[in-house]
Design a protein around this ligand. Structure first.
Ligand code: HBI
Ligand code: FE
Length: 277
């Protein structure tokens, strides 16, 4: 199996990006001139392959918004994406050298700034990469930030994350992120579709997540989701399903403090636990 992703300062492996370029908030400026023609070509191939796999597997809302981004031929300038994004939902993307610690990550989301890794994978990583790279972040995460309700959910998630850190509930909130923003499924017109970035940017997991009989698919339910461990380097064993992005937003309206207190002493579920409770 692959190796766990490198989270800056939290892993034995050296961080993959050049964090010396990052500021105090871990953001860095996209050095657009540094991208080679080979990198633009690799990005275009990644995009074309993934785009062809979307129909019938990805959320139709995602497919519509991806097309609106218009970033399919070459690596886009973050400033160009931001002109569109800012006008649509007030979000912007900011460059980061890779995974950043949770606190600055949550702080950026709370300011409607989505961190996008500014380096692209190597050609030999065309089929699989452990860390999130520019393609994962841009193709997987950015299109749905054009969706007003989803965009509000992500900002509220960031605000909740900062509070969760203070309450020692960071791991529970990380699971919510994992099973919604990274690996969430949604039912659209009665059909199962992917909206999580980790699925949308993966050639194999797109089909697996909505068609394979192997994984469990459970309705998203805060207590269960926050107690379910996740796997970082293989297809998920459990997916959580929502009926709409409005449902996701409403679910996260209440203050989670009492929920954290209720869950704190309870054991976590393994990623493939089939317990009914
Ligand atoms: N950093 N750049 C980046 N992108 C992420 O998606 C990310 C991160 N740091 C932490 C993190 N995600 C997860 O642990 C969240 O649950 C906080
Ligand atoms: Fe991601």
């Amino acid at each position: 199996m692959g190796q766990p992703p490198v989270i800056y300062g939290q892993s034995s492996r050296p961080p993959r990006g050049d964090y010396a370029r990052a500021g105090a908030d871990y953001t860095c400026t996209q050095n657009y001139a540094a991208y080679t023609e080979a990198e633009h070509a690799l990005y275009q191939r990644l995009y074309a392959r993934q785009e062809a796999l979307l129909p019938g597997r990805a959320s139709q809302q995602f497919i519509t918004m991806l097309a609106q981004l218009g970033a399919r031929e070459r690596i886009p300038r973050f400033a160009d994406i931001n002109a569109h994004l800012q006008a649509a939902t007030g979000w912007q993307i900011v460059g980061v050298p890779g995974l950043i610690p949770e606190e600055p990550f949550f702080a950026l989301l709370a300011q409607r700034k989505f961190p996008v890794t500014d380096w692209l994978r190597r050609p030999e990583e065309f089929d699989y990469i452990v860390e999130p790279d520019l393609f994962h972040d841009l193709f997987g995460h950015v299109p749905l930030l054009l969706h007003p309700v989803f965009a509000d959910y992500v900002q509220r998630y960031g605000e909740g994350g900062l509070k969760a850190m203070r309450l020692g509930a960071g791991e529970m909130l990380a699971r919510l992120y994992w099973y919604t923003i990274e690996f969430g499924l949604i039912r659209e017109d009665g059909a199962l579709r992917a909206y999580g970035a980790g699925i949308l940017s993966s050639p194999g997991e797109l089909e697996y997540s909505v068609s394979s009989p192997a994984p469990q698919r459970r309705p998203l339910e805060l207590a269960r989701t926050m107690r379910t461990r996740y796997q970082i380097d293989s297809y998920q064993r459990t997916y959580f399903v929502i009926d709409s992005f409005e449902q996701l937003f409403t679910l996260t309206a209440p203050d989670f403090t009492p929920l954290y207190a209720q869950l704190r002493g309870l054991p976590a579920f393994s990623a493939d636990a089939t317990d009914a409770a």
